[in-house]
Design a protein around this ligand. Structure first.
Ligand code: XMP
Length: 517
């Protein structure tokens, strides 16, 4: 394992992901973890992340010098770099000269461990106030900028390396290469983190955990629960039953996809609960978004619990015990909910699959080490169809939060048609992977005047919200080809009754969220 020590900004997760992209397993640990505990994990290398503090601040996080003396290769980035410099006797000045954003970097030792094969002039992403003016003894300065004389240093003998910038950010044009140089050349690690290995390991772990008992898994139609279920199915076969709650807020064809494609690919036992009426009754007359979310979440849990009870009763007759609940929890969920890492809770979405605290099951979470892109790779390796594996994110509350106004069956049907057209055209234009997701929203409480055929219309607008993103925390609106927009607009206004206008949402996140509610 490679440890990424988190100094409290949001960079640690991105670094951990980049390390995984280099096919090396990584885990995030808080900077408050004692060094002895870090070393007890037997790391092959340690990376120190950036962070919001100045090394001169009173409460700035520090590191025990022992970390640098254990013979484990260390790579410091930004704050981690400055901490390394000051801890080992270099000089960091509180200059007040700030560097922020894209900055030209001059590599003075092009053949060095970190920079070999990268250009002498490259663009890097900076974000700092203090600057290192002298490297610690034994270190070679290998790069600088106009503002910072020491922008990178290396000590091959002790296997200690550092850069002032953020190599994990895409704006650092050769950042990934520099990171890989550290891992492969500096730390001598072989890339071996492959999907085949992950599956083998997880299958063994699930068998060990579940034994001969039974497990159930709620399917949402999303990638995570599908891959988790497929993995558990591979491990324990018919000891697993999946439950799918059809709440009537799904998109066109979605329930069929779960019921047919998923079952065909995995052979899993599936229990489908039809609950459209129940959800629509509960939502009647409600248009406030938070209230909708709460109602949908509550109803979902009730239906799911009922299905569970039925399954347990059925299994009980055979004397078997349903003791496990499979969940598609991902590594970022664990890090973000402060899973022992000391990272702040950034945002907690009400996942409709979210379950109450007093649950009587033991959890099976085979994806808890994985990032989203890794989950997709595992899914593909397990033979799940592309439509499931590369499915774009879709919110748990479904179309219920894409109708601005009250949710009714008629409005859902209308939005389903419009959404199906948009998805069909985006797929035909080959834009599915480029676009992170494209919510299609019905403004049910808005009407505008139009002219169709020979007559006046007074219909609803449909909003297209295509966004580009890496993790949904921030997003930009996608600059889509006009022709594709034109086709979607023409088809929606022609084919969907009561819609006479299609508009494009050109707001980034922040300030807008991706979903409208
Ligand atoms: P926002 O609208 O907050 O959405 O920018 C960020 C990402 O989260 C998805 N989303 C949800 N996913 N349950 C989910 O499972 C929810 O309640 C929920 N709300 C938003 C949204 O589609 C986007 O990908």
């Amino acid at each position: 394992v490679v440890l990424v020590v988190d100094f409290g900004a949001q960079y640690a997760q991105l670094i951990a992901r980049r390390v995984r992209e280099a096919r090396v397993y990584s885990e995030i640990v808080p900077s408050t973890m004692p060094v002895a505990e870090m070393l007890a994990k037997n790391p092959k290398a340690i990376i120190l992340s950036g962070g919001p503090s100045s090394v001169y601040a009173d409460r700035a996080p520090r590191l025990d010098r022992a970390l640098f003396e254990a013979g484990v290769p260390v790579f410091g980035m930004c704050y981690g770099f400055q901490l390394m410099a000051t801890t080992l006797g270099g000089t960091v000045d509180n200059t007040g000269a700030r560097e922020y954003g894209r900055t030209p970097l001059t590599v003075s030792r092009p053949g060095s461990t970190l920079f070999e094969g990268t250009p002498a002039e490259q663009s890097v992403w900076m974000s700092h106030g203090d600057a290192c003016s002298a490297a610690p003894e034994g270190f070679t300065v290998t790069a600088s900028t106009d503002v910072v004389p020491v922008a990178a240093f290396e000590n091959d003998e002790k296997k200690l390396y550092g850069v002032q910038y953020h190599p994990e950010v895409l704006h650092s044009t050769h950042g990934q290469q520099v990171l890989e140089h550290f891992l492969y050349r500096g730390a001598g690690i072989q890339p071996s983190w492959t999907m085949g290995n992950i599956i083998e390991e997880q299958v063994a772990a699930i068998r060990e955990q579940v034994g001969t008992k039974r497990a159930i898994c709620g399917l949402s139609g999303g990638v995570d629960s599908a891959v988790a279920a497929a993995l558990v199915q591979k491990a324990i076969g018919d000891q697993l039953t999946c439950v799918y709650v059809d709440h009537g807020l799904m998109r066109k064809g979605e329930s069929e996809q779960v019921e047919k494609d998923f079952v065909a690919a995995t052979g899993v036992q599936l229990k489908v609960v039809e609950a459209e009426e129940r959800f629509l009754n509960a939502l009647a007359g409600v248009s406030e978004p938070e209230q909708k979310r709460k109602i949908i979440g509550r109803e979902f849990i009730r239906v799911f619990e009922q299905a569970q009870a039925e399954l347990v009763a059925e299994a009980g007759a055979e004397g078997e015990e349903v003791a496990f609940l499979v969940q598609g929890t991902l590594y970022p969920d664990i890090v973000e909910s402060g899973g022992g890492t000391g990272t702040a809770n950034i945002k907690s979405h009400h996942n409709v699959g979210g379950l109450p605290d007093d649950i009587e099951f033991e959890l099976v979470e085979p994806l808890r080490q994985l990032f989203k892109d890794e989950v997709r790779m595992v899914g593909a390796e397990l033979g799940l169809p592309d439509e499931i594996v590369h499915r774009q994110p879709f919110p748990g509350p479904g179309l219920g939060i894409r109708i601005v106004g009250e949710v009714t069956k008629d409005r859902l049907d209308l939005l389903r048609e419009a959404d199906a057209i948009a998805r069909e055209e985006l797929t035909a234009a080959g834009l599915d992977r480029e676009i992170w997701q494209c919510p299609v929203v019905l403004l049910a409480d808005v009407r505008s005047v139009g002219v169709q055929g020979d007559g006046r219309t007074y219909g609803h607008p449909i909003v297209l919200r295509p966004v580009s993103s890496e993790d949904a925390m921030t997003a930009d609106w996608t600059r889509m080809p006009y022709e594709v927009l034109a086709r979607i607009s023409t088809r929606i206004t022609n084919e969907v009754p009561d819609v006479n206008r299609v508009v494009l949402d050109v707001t980034s996140k922040p300030p807008g969220t991706i979903e409208w509610e």
